[in-house]
Structures are given as structure tokens and as C-alpha cells.
Design a protein around this ligand. Sequence first.
Ligand code: PLP
Ligand code: COI
Length: 342
Amino acid sequence: MTTKKADISWKDLKFGYLKTDYRFVSHYKNGKWDDGQLVSDDYLRIHESSTALHYGQQCFEGMKAYTAKDGRILLFRPDRNAARMRQSCEALLMAVYPEDKFVDAVKKVVKANERFIPPYGEGASLYIRPFLIGVGENVGVKPASEYVFSIFVTPVGPYFKGGLNPCHFVTSEFDRAAPRGTGAAKVGGNYAASLKAHQIAVEQGYTDCIYLDPATRTNIEEVGAANFFGITKDNVFVTPDSPSILPSITKYSLLHLAEHNLKLKTEQRDVPVSNLDELVEAGACGTAAVITPIGSITHCGITTKFYRDGTEVGPITKKLYDLLTGIQFGDIEGPENWVVEL
Ligand code: PLP
Ligand code: COI
């Protein structure tokens, strides 16, 4: 049976919040998680002294559901998000939500909101936001003994305006994370720390900022909501290697596709900001950003432009985009277990 779709102008969707019918909520108390349930209330009632509110003891994930041409509903590598949430929880001493139950809960909430999953070919998808927060009475700086795990979904369009038109970035004077801090965990504090840097970049007329590595401030790190990659003059796919960037599932997927499908050499290594001329193409990649071509990067007043003077998506970036989105929307067969059908 096909569900009647919500009355939404799918093509006009931006990356924003739209209330859907159900969210999944589970509580952790006395050392165990309850079974969790789908609820329609989009508000959470939590104690005023919750660690999530005061000490940032919280983490989240970002993933998407896609409608294939034949109507199947597909998830992209949800086991990777489950594993990354476990790592984020471990970094902040939070109760871990079991990885298999995480994937089951994602399927449940996506299915329950089927009418909000954008149809194939509309340039949109259903964004899935699992999050886990420390709650309960707790004033001292210590881990909570109670937690809430929840997942909401919302239909979204592109994160960066312009689709495959290149965006322009500037390096930030701020760091989003400390060298031995929480940069590799998907925790709210990293994002709070990025808000001002983002605003300054936008006020200067850029799409967003790029962070430098906080240890030496000499290498490209990542964008506030996406990883960075570049293609060298010799067709090598390079992406920064740093302990303070978020291990992007999209980035690891691109590394695999570049190597196995496009037969490119790949390197995870330092990408010096003083040597951006080595790159002929550059891009930002992530669940929300998908692949966004980077037209130029400005650093200390000097602008380096990439493919065709920063005006067009480069051919390798385009091939990677077509491959990645082809797999995500079920048009191209991807590596085993990457795509999970509902
Ligand atoms: N880096 C940051 C800071 C992010 O917020 C995201 C988004 O999740 C990414 C990178 C990309 O990660 P992924 O490809 O797993 O979505
Ligand atoms: C994602 O790509 O899922 C992200 O988490 C980016 C988000 C912070 C908007």
C-alpha cells in the first residue's frame, strides 16, 4: 500500500525543520534503557538540572532516508551512524544506546513518517536526527545517571545553496575544537563553538568558514558541518588526517569510491593551507552537505581558486557526486551493506 504524501512543495525545501508525525523516545534509568516508543509530542520535558543543559553532556547524529525510483525507501550506512554515536557517548561518559536497536529505531521512525519522505527526483530527502542527552537531577560536574535517546525526522533540501554550483569559503581565526578535545565526537559543544566563526564568514560574504588544525593552524581541518577533500593536479583524492575532525561517513565512502570505482590514488594526510595550489578541485562532504564543490578558499587575504577559476564543479567531484547520490537513491549498486532497505 502506498502512503499519501504530505502536501509539501518538495523542490522548494531548504535545510530546515518541519514538524512530522512521530518521533522515537527511549529513557535510560537505573542502568537500563526502556523499550522506547513513537510519540507525537515534539516537546521533551526534562529536569532543570540536566547535564545536557549545563555541561553539554549530549551528542547527536545526522543521516538521511531516500526514495528510490521504484518507491523503495533506503537508508545509507545507518550502522556507521550507530557506531559513531556510541563513540560520542563514550567520549562524554554517556549511556550507550545499543547499535542494533539504534538502527531498528531509525527504521521505525522513518516508516511512521513515510508521508514526509520526499519522492524520487525532487532533490530532497528525509533528514534523520538521533540525539542522546544527559537528564535528571545533577548539579555537580559529573556524568548523569539518566539519559534520553530520541530521533526526529524532517524533510530537507540542500544544506548549502546552489547545488553543484561552487561555494566560496574563508579560513577562520577560531578553532571549533581543541587538539586533544572532542572534535572527533559529534557533540553539541563543537557546534556551539562554531556559530560565531560561521556568522563572521557569512557577514564577509562567504558561504561558510573552513577551520585550520587547532594544534599548528597550518593545515586545512574541516568545515563546521562537513569534511574537506581535494583533487591534486595528479588526480589524487586527498583529505585531511587529524584527530580533531569528525570522522565523516560520507568522506570514508568517497575514499572508497575514489579508489575502487574511479581508480584514483587516495591520501589521508596533512593538507597545508600554504599549498592549496596543489589542488585543482576541492569540495565539502557530509550528510547534509552531500558534496558541495568549493570554488575558492581565502586565507589571510589571499584567495586560491579551484576548477575553472572557481566557477564550475570539477569533473572528478561531479563523478563522485553522481556515484554517491546514485548509490544513495538506489540507481547504482553500491558496496555490500551500504544501502539498507526499509
Ligand atoms: N564534519 C562535521 C563537523 C559535521 O557536522 C558533519 C556532519 O555530520 C560532517 C563532518 C560530515 O559527516 P557525515 O558524512 O558522517 O555526515
Ligand atoms: C549532518 O550532515 O548530518 C550534520 O550533522 C550537519 C548538521 C550539523 C547540519
